[in-house]
Design a protein around this ligand. Structure first.
Ligand SMILES: [Ca+2]
Ligand SMILES: [Zn+2]
Length: 408
């Protein structure tokens, strides 16, 4: 090699180095500008390059962000699912599902005195005076008490007395007695009267197994809209036909499936207070899909929402129907709803966990955490609106003080 050519190749290398330095400098400057002025974009690009996700709703991702819904859009949404908060510090379920003028109410807890509060809520959305479907998942007070309501004289103000009711789907079994030792009606006994009242006034009353086996006109699948894009599917629970020492296992389980314009489906799963054995059978006996939403089993109890179920349904959004930190069912802080064990399991799939209420020091003993939690599907997108705020459980003060998890 001549001296001239050596000099020429050295110059070329020097130039390439300069170009490389300039490119690196430009990338660093661009990253710095994004980092300081467009942090969201920076995080997305960073995730895409170094973590391999876009930080959005990718399958298996645990960071699930959702668009903020608008209160005024909920009533006219294609579908809305409302986890109604209570005016007390108890755990309990009351879920309103609405598509057009068709409503499904799953349970009405947590106490007989909650009925008036729930009616006020329902009246904002049910404008035709008719609840087309009511599901009573199991016989525990925090699920059926407000279906019965309080009595004044001979009349009750519960949900099943207050609306025209289309079809009632109720649990097959209970371990509860109809009468107390003194011969008075128990809440369950009153609930049976309530069913009779609804039936006399025109409701079709079926058990979950009637639906599963399509007995006496009951259906396994009910469509909520005329176009038949939204279906309510009663699932098979082993404990519809077998006894359990745990009342919770008798829960009616339902999968709501919504066909989207793209031909894909959004699924939403409701299992009442089903416990671990029930969840294992549910997975064995039903072909469960991955779901957008799973109502946390048994209010975030340590005994429900187990891996056998979560690993199949991989939920993206998990509302928990409880008052966080209530000592109603346990004096052990880690086991109070939403329990640490529940959080340890669910946090593998999502960080989008929401809770109705939280205990507080003031006179009434509770305040809203997220408050009413409402998912609505409108303009081709699932959105979340809450009456208090849409802060994820992991970002709340209560969580910081009482729970750990969600490392990232
Ligand atoms: Ca209606
Ligand atoms: Zn319950």
């Amino acid at each position: 090699m001549t001296a001239k050519r050596k000099t020429a190749s050295k110059k070329l290398i020097a130039r390439l180095l300069i170009v490389l330095v300039i490119i690196v400098a430009l990338v660093v400057i661009a990253a710095a500008v994004m980092y300081f002025f467009f942090p969201d974009t920076y995080q997305k690009v960073y995730n895409a390059i170094f973590i391999g996700t876009d930080g959005g709703d990718d399958e298996g991702g645990k960071n699930n962000d959702i668009t903020d819904g608008k209160l005024e859009e909920i009533a006219s949404a294609d579908l809305s699912i409302h986890f109604i908060s209570f005016d007390n510090d108890g755990a309990g379920d009351c879920t309103l599902i609405k598509s057009g003028n068709t409503e499904v109410l799953i349970d009405a807890g947590s106490m007989q005195s909650t009925a008036a509060h729930i009616r006020t809520y329902i009246d904002k959305y049910c404008t035709d005076g008719k609840l087309e479907y009511v599901i009573a998942t199991h016989a525990d007070q925090d699920h059926i008490a407000a279906l019965v309501g309080n009595s004044s004289g001979n009349s009750y103000n519960g949900i099943l007395y207050s609306y025209e009711i289309g079809t009632i789907i109720t649990f097959d079994r209970t371990n509860k007695e109809e009468l107390t030792d003194k011969g008075n009606l128990t809440l369950y006994g009153k609930f049976l009267e309530t069913l009779d009242y609804a039936e006399i006034n025109g409701a079709d009353v079926y058990t979950a197994s009637d639906c599963w086996y399509e007995r006496d006109g009951a259906q396994k699948t009910y469509f909520l809209d005329e176009e038949q894009t939204i279906s309510m599917n009663i699932l098979y629970n082993y404990y519809y036909e077998h006894s359990s020492s745990d009342e919770n296992n008798y829960s009616v389980c339902m999968l709501l499936s919504q066909e989207l314009d793209t031909g894909e489906f959004n699924h939403y799963l409701f299992t009442g207070d089903l416990e671990e054995e029930g969840e294992e059978y549910l997975v064995q006996n039903n072909d469960l899909p991955e779901v957008q939403l799973f109502k946390a089993g048994h209010h975030g109890s340590p005994t429900s929402s187990n891996d056998c179920l979560l690993s199949v349904i991989k939920p993206k959004y998990v509302p928990v129907t409880c008052c966080a930190g209530t000592d109603e069912y346990s004096d052990i802080p880690a086991n109070q709803f939403p329990s640490q064990a529940f959080i340890d399991r669910v946090s593998k799939y999502t960080d989008a966990v929401y809770v109705n209420n939280v205990v507080s020091d003031d006179a009434q003993g509770y305040k809203a955490m997220n408050g009413d939690i409402v998912f609505d599907y409108s303009q081709g997108e699932l959105k979340l609106w809450c009456s208090n705020n849409t802060t994820k459980l992991k970002d709340t003060e209560w969580f910081a003080l009482n729970r750990t998890g969600w490392a990232s």
